[in-house]
Design a protein around this ligand. Structure first.
Ligand code: FAD
Ligand code: PYC
Length: 415
């Protein structure tokens, strides 16, 4: 497999790009692996990558029921930030944000990380106090955010209407090194690196059952036959409850659809990410010029990935007041993804009642930004059998012990 350095690009350019090989293979599954990871989304792939990179474990299969990155990893609106309130959240999201800064170089794959700045608007007095509090917490956590006034908001986002009428802009929480990355590229970059390290990624291989013996996991049933394993990690986002049920335990979470939409491409008019949580909308402009827009989740548990017309109406109506220019745009596409939401809006990285079976889920509406940090922490948990400092607060036991990490405000999306 070729690298993507300047010489390869020039050579392939000169021969019409006919010499590139596949970025990752499609191996037949072996009968047994040391570690099986279910789910080839960003979190499953990153878990495999840091297991290999940090812990020297490469006897791994990542099993994916459809195509790699086709779940929420390829459906999200790509926002990356670490401006959370509580220390455990700030630690794991900032670890991820820092890894994103150099991920293109590390994977030799351009993930198009764009630290253009993320702004979370304060549109009520209450929201202003909340973001000021988060800004103070972030100072103590060593995270670079600050509260900015309406004039600076207007300077950074000329298309914004700061005067209301319903919700004037009173300021914003500003994270200058937050931003976006190309979501598919994150999955593809990890997949290519894994293939080079000898890890098997097996697509079109749905896990249909989990086998245990004496309270210990021993393997999985799949559409391509049974596969034995020493350790099993479930990293399947919105399908986590179903996989946990196969192993005989329940997870404290619900699955709901989160929707997004994009406009037709237009000339550059917005070079930061803006989230307007009071009106439930957020917006950024992609490199192609489309405005990437999202709102809240469907208000009921469901496993559909359909875009719903009322969402377009609600989300756009909310944003048009703050960004009047949107009223003149045509919308191009809308879609949904099934997100896995816990009661405290924080993820679960944990051992389970089944020995050698681990879960990584509950990232809800905000797990894209966490992918590298989550993979790093999950790899440590799977490799050693014990959580490190990053994963420990996110154990399943917190729901029994009442140690909730309430991030419903910082999660940023209405759900
Ligand atoms: P996924 O990418 O969904 O991967 C799980 C994989 O498991 C899937 O590929 C699925 O096919 C596979 N799978 C499921 N069941 C099985 C089985 N039985 N056998 C084998 N494989 C199986 N987060 C942000 O940080 N910023 C954002 O801007 C943002 N915007 C979002 C916008 C939308 C519309 C949506 C839907 C989500 C958004 N998110 C955002 C959330 C983010 O996308 C998710 O938290 C994250 O992608 C979850 O990654 P994952 O790898 O856990 O899940
Ligand atoms: O977590 O920042 C986020 C986010 C934005 C849109 C969806 N999730």
């Amino acid at each position: 497999m070729k690298g993507y350095g300047a010489w390869s690009l020039i050579r392939e350019g000169l021969r019409h790009h006919l010499g590139w090989g596949r970025a990752w293979g499609s191996p037949a599954p072996r009968r047994r692996y040391e570690v099986v990871i279910v789910g080839a989304g960003g979190h499953g792939l990153a878990t495999a990558y840091y297991l290999a990179r940090n812990h020297g474990i490469t006897d791994i299969a990542v099993l994916e029921k459809s195509w790699l990155g086709g779940g929420n990893t390829g459906r999200n609106t790509t926002i990356i930030r670490s401006n959370y309130l509580h220390d455990p959240s700030a630690a794991i999201y900032e670890k991820a944000r820092q890894l994103y800064e150099t991920l293109s170089q590390e994977l030799d794959f351009n993930i198009m990380f764009s630290p253009r700045g993320v702004m979370m608007l304060a549109q009520t007095e209450h929201e202003k106090r909340v973001w000021q509090r988060v800004a103070h917490a972030n100072v103590l956590q060593g995270i670079d955010t600050r509260f900015i006034g309406p004039e600076e908001v207007k300077r950074r986002v000329p298309i914004i209407n700061i005067d209301g009428p319903r919700y004037p802009v009173l300021g914003a929480l500003w994270q200058p090194r937050g931003g976006t990355a190309r979501h598919d590229a994150v999955a593809w970059g990890y997949a290519r690196a894994l293939d080079r390290m000898g890890v098997h990624i097996i697509e079109n291989c749905e896990v249909t059952g989990i086998r245990t013996e004496g309270g210990k996991v021993v393997g999985v049933e799949t559409g391509k036959g049974p596969i034995d394993c020493g350790k099993l990690a479930l990293v399947v986002a919105g399908h986590s409850s179903r996989l946990a049920e196969m192993a005989g335990f329940r997870l404290p979470m619900e699955s709901v659809t989160l929707q997004a939409l994009v406009s037709e491409p237009v000339k550059p008019m917005l070079d930061v990410v803006v989230m307007a949580n009071t009106v439930h909308g957020y917006i950024s402009q992609s490199d192609k010029g489309e405005l990437v827009i999202g709102g809240g989740t469907d208000g009921y548990v469901n496993y559909t990935r359909r875009g719903a017309f009322q969402h377009v109406e609600e989300t756009v109506a909310a944003l048009v007041e703050t960004f009047p220019v949107l009223g003149r745009l045509r919308l191009m596409r809308q879609w949904g993804g099934i997100v896995d939401v816990t009661g405290d809006r924080s993820p679960i990285l944990s051992k389970t009642p089944v020995e050698n079976l681990f879960v990584n889920c509950g990232w809800g509406t905000g797990g894209f930004k966490a992918i590298p940090g989550s993979g790093w922490a999950m790899a440590e948990l799977v490799a050693t059998g014990e959580p490190g400092a990053l994963a420990e607060p996110f154990a399943l036991s917190r729901f029994r012990e009442g140690r909730f990490i309430d991030e419903s405000v910082a999660a940023g999306v209405a759900h």
